[in-house]
Design a protein around this ligand. Structure first.
Ligand code: GTP
Ligand code: ZN
Length: 352
């Protein structure tokens, strides 16, 4: 097992999954960057090579290598070729705008999703709940990081922690200052082998990444030209950490939405879904029905109206995305049918 891949998150399980590729003489590598079909893959932590993917025909958009994927590389003289992608442990997907239900793989094999929420602004809890849904949906563990704790006083931090915990039941919530490094040790011990950072613009993500990565972000620059069309470059999107593990910070992750994340919504709002189980009517809308456990929880203060509204909004969004996907699928089917019919007519005219 190539032990120098360990800092990138390689472990016994990955090695086992790779066994048949290894037997075929292929090398394991981790995808550090994807740019329109061009890949940069890490064969070693601090060094990447360019590669192209040659996967089996019929591979879906989602099956294409994404940042964080472990891949099998065939190191040919005219450039590295990715011939296989190991089954993913987790996947952050973005449904591509205007496209059919196919999602775009944004980041693979993320263990921990750090959701950065800036303390200097009034917390937008509904937005936090959306990032939580994206995190849960991917299969990773979300962690909420209240950033810039140096700009507010202790009481404000306490209130913010309470509010964030209300919006993120069962999720670890930390307050951190990248400026004074308060809380960064606790953050380091809260993250897994592969960590992605999400959050609104200005939330302090880049600053957080730099604080966690230390000088390492800058130190990955290395150049080697061996005349065989291979050279190394900096892959800033997969950042090896001095303490081990990697950070994933791809631009596309930053503005990700809820879309088709129905499981994620259920996990983000597990408290409301558990309450709804107790409603007298199975199809309770939690509006005016008698015996509604959800409105009862609002009445006795266990649940906020704000959170119920946020839950409903996410449900509507998921439902809307589902309907749009179904409509797109129908339109695509109709188009194919029309093309086939036109094709058939053409033949008909040719014959007669
Ligand atoms: N006082 C203080 N300021 C911080 C801290 N972390 C970030 N900032 C400031 O907050 C601003 C935004 O930080 P960034 O790290 O650029 O935020 P971002 O989330 O990466 O923003 P985008 O790139 O727009 O998505 C910058 O002016 C930082 O200097 C902190 O811990 N304390
Ligand atoms: Zn109800």
């Amino acid at each position: 097992m190539p032990s120098d891949l360990r800092p990138l998150g390689w472990d016994e399980e990955w090695a086992a999954a790779f066994a048949s590729y290894a037997a075929a003489g292929l090398l394991p590598a981790r995808v550090g960057r994807v740019d329109r079909g061009r890949l940069e893959v890490h064969l070693r932590p601090s060094e990447t090579v360019h590669a192209v993917a040659h996967l089996e025909a019929g591979a879906a958009v989602e099956d294409q290598p994404a940042v964080g994927d472990w891949v099998a590389v065939d190191p040919r003289s005219d450039g590295a070729v990715v011939t296989g992608v190991l089954p993913r442990r987790t996947l952050i997907v973005r449904s591509s705008a205007g496209r059919r239900s196919e999602g775009q793989a944004m980041a693979a094999n993320v263990d921990t999703v750090l959701i950065a929420v800036p303390l200097e602004r009034e917390a937008r809890l509904a937005q936090l709940e959306r990032f939580l849904t994206v995190g849960w949906e991917s299969g990773a563990r979300p962690v909420v990081v209240l950033t810039k704790s140096d700009v507010v006083d202790h009481d404000e931090i306490d209130v913010a922690l309470l509010r964030a915990r209300e919006a993120a039941p069962g999720v670890q919530v930390l307050a951190v200052s990248a400026e004074t490094r308060t809380g960064t040790d606790a953050l380091r011990s809260a993250i897994g082998a592969t960590t992605a950072v999400v959050g609104q613009s200005g939330a302090g993500k880049s600053t957080l990444v730099n604080a966690l990565a230390g000088a390492e972000v800058m130190a990955t620059q290395a150049t080697r030209q061996d005349g065989k069309g291979r050279h190394t470059t900096t892959a800033r999107e997969l950042i090896p950490l001095p303490s081990g593990g990697v950070l994933i910070d791809t631009p596309g992750l930053r503005g990700i939405g809820v879309h088709d994340a129905s499981d994620g919504v259920a996990q983000s709002f597990s408290d409301i879904e558990a309450l709804a189980e107790e409603c007298r009517f199975r199809d309770c809308t939690h509006e005016t029905e008698p015996g509604c456990a959800v409105t009862a929880a609002i009445d006795d203060g266990a649940l906020t109206r704000r959170r119920l509204d946020s839950y409903r909004k996410q449900l509507r969004e998921v439902e809307w995305a589902g309907r749009r996907n179904a409509a797109d699928a129908r339109a695509a089917h109709a188009k194919r049918w029309a093309e086939q019919t036109a094709h058939g007519k053409g033949h008909g005219r040719g014959v007669h």
